[in-house]
Design a protein around this ligand. Sequence first.
Ligand SMILES: [Zn+2]
Length: 106
Amino acid sequence: MIRQRVWGVVFVEAGLLTVSGALAAALAVRLAEHGVDIAAIVAVICCTLSTGLSLAAQFDQGMRTTLYVCPVKSCAVAVRIRGAGPHELGRIRALATDHRQHGAVR
Ligand SMILES: [Zn+2]
């Protein structure tokens, strides 16, 4: 289950990087056809690739983060956790979803 999720994340990240690479290459070709200076082309390629990397990193962080929210509507307790094992996730979920543990919080 967890391994499938990790491979799904890797697959989407690879897709994002591939799309940004293809976009950078297409932009470079178009700019070269119009006689744009090589420095400007390199700058566009770097910006496009770094945007792809940033999107992939954001996606990775989002997919590896779990959010637990207290089921009581008036309670503001919410816990966001990343990089924890199943035991720690269970412990944090129990704390976040048991309103008796934080009933005084509004
Ligand atoms: Zn609560």
